[in-house]
Design a binder for this molecule. Structure first.
Ligand code: NAD
Ligand code: MG
Length: 396
């Protein structure tokens, strides 16, 4: 058996740690080429000591020097690199067979794209890459023979229940629609009058999943489901009108595919990202993930309800941006990243997140992008615009 050689981008995050947990269960199957952890050098140092990668990548020279010192005192021979270009270099290196793209936000785009250009197998957790550059990213992957395997639990579920030979073309496979499930987050039943007073601590406390801060806030606004609609649109070549969202508060069914004959195929499991990670890393085999078996003896009812756009305006904004196409999803994402950071920093209210995003989209967007430079320019402009909106709302 040939060993897979992995680069894990965002190894110190929630997905990164779950990935290493799965990898550690199968030392014969996987070897780590590089770990990338931005600024969390202590966690990264521990990971380097345990997994012995050839390279570790951090944000800047200062963090690199500090990490080098930690590694030296532990007699660890991992070489330390830093900066944005190094992320792409360790993603595109010849030895690497697979890249876990688990950096959060648009910051994950250049390295994911570098992996696509080199035809790597990409384990894609970073949904923002597809939201902002879906057309460009999918075309780059296709042209260079890169394989994209979805880590996001909903898309992973869909991938598992689609026909094995599916490569687009819902109709020819008898597929009516793709149904994304959503937990509805922590404020599904909160009185709407209380929304103005929601604190960051309340917003990051997801009822079912343990995740990074940004995606936790996105789940609370349901922007996360909006980003996932756009992600599914690109991954599965699925037109917007064939995508459904249903709220399923127990997070046991991770998504479904509706077929012409009346069948609906669903994938179920405990809400633990090690299942989709193990599924993708193990292909074509099913490998052990450490996730406890689903216990039907203790499961309560599985319930479903329709999303409410008044409660979750971000979901509506994302639906509309997906239908508009072009630069709209890029603006949506950039404004949302800025607004979520401002909310977490105590500058704006929870309900202002949707306001900042709506305002950003009202300023307009380009028809599409022919290259990464024009896309990054749109992203930059949208962030500047969002910052103006945030300043106005926060009075600073
Ligand atoms: P996280 O905040 O826990 O971790 C983010 C990782 O990215 C960290 O290792 C951090 O050091 C690194 N990072 C942050 N900014 C960076 C930058 N500018 N340059 C380089 N590295 C940087 O986030 P997470 O919850 O693990 O999510 C990661 C991605 O996976 C996100 O795109 C998220 O939407 C997606 N995702 C996460 C989950 C989940 O359960 N956590 C589920 C589905 C999809
Ligand atoms: Mg998800």
């Amino acid at each position: 058996m040939t060993q897979q050689v992995l680069t894990i981008l965002g190894s110190t995050g929630s997905i990164g740690e779950s990935t290493l947990d799965v990898v550690a269960r199968h030392p014969e199957k996987f070897r780590i080429f590089a770990l990338a952890g931005n600024k969390q050098i202590h966690k990264l140092a521990e990971q380097c000591k345990r997994f012995n990668p050839q390279f570790a990548v951090v944000a800047d020279a200062e963090h690199a020097a500090a990490l080098e010192q930690l590694l030296e005192s532990a007699d660890c021979r991992t070489e330390v690199l830093y900066g944005v270009q190094s992320l792409s270099d360790v993603a595109a290196a010849d030895e690497v067979t697979g890249v876990m793209a688990a950096i959060v936000g648009a910051a994950g785009l250049p390295s994911a794209l570098a992996a696509a250009k080199k035809g790597k197998t990409i384990y894609l957790a970073n949904k923002e890459t597809l939201v902002i550059s879906g057309a460009l990213f999918m075309e780059t992957a296709r042209a260079n023979g890169a394989k994209i395997l979805p880590i996001d639990s909903e898309h992973n579920a869909i991938y598992q229940v689609l026909p094995r030979d599916y490569a687009g073309g819902l109709d020819q496979h008898g597929i009516e629609s793709i149904i994304l499930t959503a937990s509805g987050g922590p404020f599904l039943d909160t009185d709407l009058n209380e929304f103005n007073h929601i604190t960051p601590a309340q917003a990051v406390k997801h009822p079912n999943w343990s995740m990074g801060q940004k995606i936790s806030v996105d789940s609370a606004t349901m922007m996360n489901k909006g980003l996932e609609l756009i992600e599914a649109h690109w991954l599965f070549h699925c037109p917007p009108e064939k995508l459904e969202v249903t709220i399923h508060p127990q997070s046991v069914i991770h998504s479904m595919v509706r077929y012409r004959d009346g069948s609906v195929l669903a994938q179920m499991g405990n809400p633990d990202m090690r299942t989709p990670i193990a599924y993708c890393l193990g292909l074509p085999d099913r490998i052990e993930s450490g996730v406890p078996a689903l216990d039907f003896g203790t499961l309560s009812a599985l319930t479903f309800r329709q999303p409410d756009f008044q409660r979750f305006p971000c979901l509506k904004l994302a639906y509309d941006a997906m239908k508009s196409g072009g630069g709209a999803p890029c603006v949506l994402n950039a404004a949302n990243e800025e607004a979520v950071a401002a909310f977490l920093g105590g500058r704006i209210r929870f309900t202002d997140i949707a306001r900042v995003v709506a305002h950003g989209l009202e300023q307009g967007f380009s028809d599409g992008f022919s290259d990464i430079e024009s896309l990054l320019e749109q992203d930059k402009q949208a962030r500047a615009q969002a910052q103006k909106g945030i300043a106005a709302l926060s009075g600073k």
